[in-house]
Ligand binder design. Structure first.
Ligand code: ATP
Ligand code: MG
Length: 609
């Protein structure tokens, strides 16, 4: 391809809409253009990158025996109602774009395809003899993200590879899950990405085991916690750890555990309490009020106790609340802090914010207009483990010291609700501590089990002649996000440095002075020869100044640049490697063999280390 025919518009300055390097560079180098919030045009250069990534994905998945397919993006609401996900995906913070057709029937634009594929599988897969099956597609997904940002990283319309496997039993599911894990590692490594596998929360998709693949990058939205020995890594949403030991409360239990009054004027935070009264935060039970809203309209106040030095992990809490209330009230649609303003709207004006204690009685909810008048009481295990603690007295400027569970109030249900933190000791080996890094989630694999097949009645006949729901796995890769993640990992001050395996072109031939006939002729010749040798080659034939063309070549990030300049008359060219900038002068005859040898290695794309 000739650059003069490429519709190439590069920008010298960083566009105001972009915050992170990869987003700036993709815009500046003419790979993408924003059409609307979270909506991007993939320009021809990026489309080539996406095609190359897709080709790697296809090769590796086909090698596992998976079958490519293409499913509809318009999905009837009825399927999502049967799986129980319609409300969760369309109400509250739901992310499904949905619409009504001219007959008044409701449809959703596919954010994911479990429902569609499970219904099909139930129809097509009748016997254990047809199993296992693994189907995948590469297709646009739609999600009305709450905060679309960072260009292709979090779009509202993006390209995903999703796969769904069906099995006669759990053991077979685990085998395919393992094979997909390995295929994913090969895919990311072939695309030139340093990615790590981490334990993940299964979120709205559901199911048991799940693992995310994270491209490590400072701009990543996810926090990864990992042990230095590499044997444990998890998304913070999911991570577990050992909390620091609590400092024993001097004086221990007082007044039989009912606690002794402690005047704490003006102290409404743990920091103020420790500063003014010499109390260690590990000696405090702090109480958070939250409100959960469910599909059936139920609004459930929550009273959550944490140890004073610990932070709440909202994902763990949401899972616990769904687990306890989901069967009765349906999907959890919203979960957030119960604010004094919200309480006032309910007619509750004397909730003791600032000095809340776990003994707060349900009576305080009696006048609620629409909330359930009883707290769901939960506690993190580090809070319930305290023998003697300080807590709020539910009265202004008052705390209690030397309180204990049982005597003060019954201990709430004890769970893991705390956010693991960098520096925490690891559960698998307390000598190791968790270290933090940031990651971009490029892939996620799940063992779904039978959640969808049971709901959608997708059954098969077992060898013993019984009807049972299919076992399922599902596996996603964010193809468009991956392209940008590659830029985030491979760029320098001058532009992108594409890994060869996914670069839009492998070589760019630049004629320094297109008005010089000898230079132009040699450049044309090399361009033709490289094309004939099967190289993806771009030819900068524009009559721009050499400096402009070199700058653009750097910005575009083509792995190899061949400069045809003054040496052309003597049969000499310059070869420049984009990553690292190494350059050498070569006789024309040596160029092609050298490039072909290099490219043969780089196209395989496996990272050296
Ligand atoms: P996230 O936690 O980042 O919102 P997710 O867990 O909802 O992602 P999955 O449902 O697991 O995403 O989708 C599979 C893959 O699709 C993700 O691993 C990610 O690479 C990609 N992906 C998800 N949402 C987006 C988006 N809004 N824009 C681009 N890619 C996305
Ligand atoms: Mg995910």
């Amino acid at each position: 391809m000739r650059v003069s025919r490429l519709m190439l518009v590069t920008l010298r300055d960083d566009p105001a809409e972009a915050e992170i390097p990869s987003h700036k560079l993709l815009l500046r180098a003419g790979y993408i253009r924003r059409v609307g919030s979270g909506i991007y045009a993939y320009l021809p250069l990026l489309w080539r990158v996406l095609q190359k990534i897709s080709a790697v994905v296809r090769e590796e998945l086909n090698a596992t025996g998976a079958l490519e397919t293409l499913l509809p993006q318009l999905q009837p609401a009825e399927l999502w109602q049967r799986s129980g996900r319609w409300a969760g995906y369309t109400d509250g913070e739901g992310i499904m774009f949905h619409l009504e057709d001219r007959q008044g029937r409701e449809l959703g634009l596919g954010p994911t395809h479990e429902e569609v594929i499970t219904a099909l599988a139930g129809d097509l897969l009748r016997s254990y003899r047809q199993l296992p099956v693994n189907l995948y597609q590469i297709q646009t997904k739609f999600r009305d993200e709450i905060r679309p940002r960072f260009g292709l990283m979090r779009g509202r319309e993006f390209i995903m590879k999703d796969a769904y496997s069906f099995h006669a039993d759990e053991a077979c599911l685990k085998v395919t899950y393992g094979a997909m894990d390995q295929a994913y590692r090969r895919i990311f490594s072939r695309c030139g990405l340093r990615a790590v596998a981490v334990e993940a929360d299964s979120g709205a998709i559901g199911g048991s085991a799940s693992q995310e693949f994270m491209v490590t990058a400072d701009a990543g939205e996810d926090l990864i916690l990992a042990s230095a020995d590499g044997s444990y890594a998890a998304n913070q949403e999911r991570a577990v750890s050992l909390a620091p030991e609590a400092v024993a409360l001097p004086g221990g239990v007082r007044q039989g555990g009912a606690g002794e009054p402690l005047a704490t004027p003006g102290a409404t935070s743990i920091e103020q309490l420790s500063a003014a009264h010499g109390i260690d935060p590990t000696q405090v039970v702090k109480v958070l009020l939250l409100l959960a809203r469910f599909e059936d309209g139920c609004q459930q106040p929550l009273l959550v106790s944490l140890r004073g030095d610990q932070q709440l992990n909202e994902v763990k809490l949401a899972n616990a609340v769904s687990g306890r209330c989901g069967a009765e009230h349906g999907t959890l649609l919203e979960l957030g802090p119960l604010t004094p303003e919200a309480a006032a709207r309910e007619g509750l004006t004397d909730l003791p914010f600032g000095t809340l204690g776990p003994q707060l009685a349900d009576d305080v909810l009696a006048a609620a207009r629409s909330w359930r008048p009883r707290f769901l009481r939960l506690a993190d295990a580090t809070a319930t483990a305290l023998e003697a603690f300080v807590c709020g007295a539910n009265t202004r400027d008052q705390h209690l010291t030397g309180a204990s569970w049982g005597a003060l109030c019954p201990a709430p249900d004890s769970l893991d609700l705390r956010a693991a933190q960098p520096g925490d000791r690891c559960q698998h080996d307390p000598a190791q501590v968790l270290e933090a890094s940031r990651g971009i989630e490029v892939g996620h694999i799940f063992q779904l089990g039978r959640k969808y097949s049971a709901a959608l009645e997708a059954t098969f006949t077992t060898e013993a002649g019984q009807e049972e729901p299919l076992w399922m796995g599902c596996y996603g890769i964010g193809v468009s996000r991956l392209a940008q993640a590659a830029v985030e990992q491979h760029h320098d001050a001058n532009g992108i440095c594409w890994p060869t395996a996914i670069a839009p072109y492998e070589v760019i031939v630049v004629v320094a002075n297109a008005a010089e006939p000898a230079q132009l002729a040699l450049a044309e010749q090399l361009y033709g020869e490289l094309q004939a040798a099967g190289v993806d080659v771009l030819f900068d034939d524009r009559s721009e100044r050499a400096g402009v063309k070199f700058k653009d070549a750097d910005l575009l990030g083509i792995p190899w640049r061949v400069v045809v300049g003054r040496g052309a008359a003597d049969g000499q060219v310059e070869l420049v490697q984009r990553a690292g900038g190494a350059r050498r002068d070569l006789a024309v005859a040596d160029l092609q063999p050298l490039l072909l040898e290099q490219l043969a290695v780089e196209r395989r794309g496996l990272l050296a280390a």
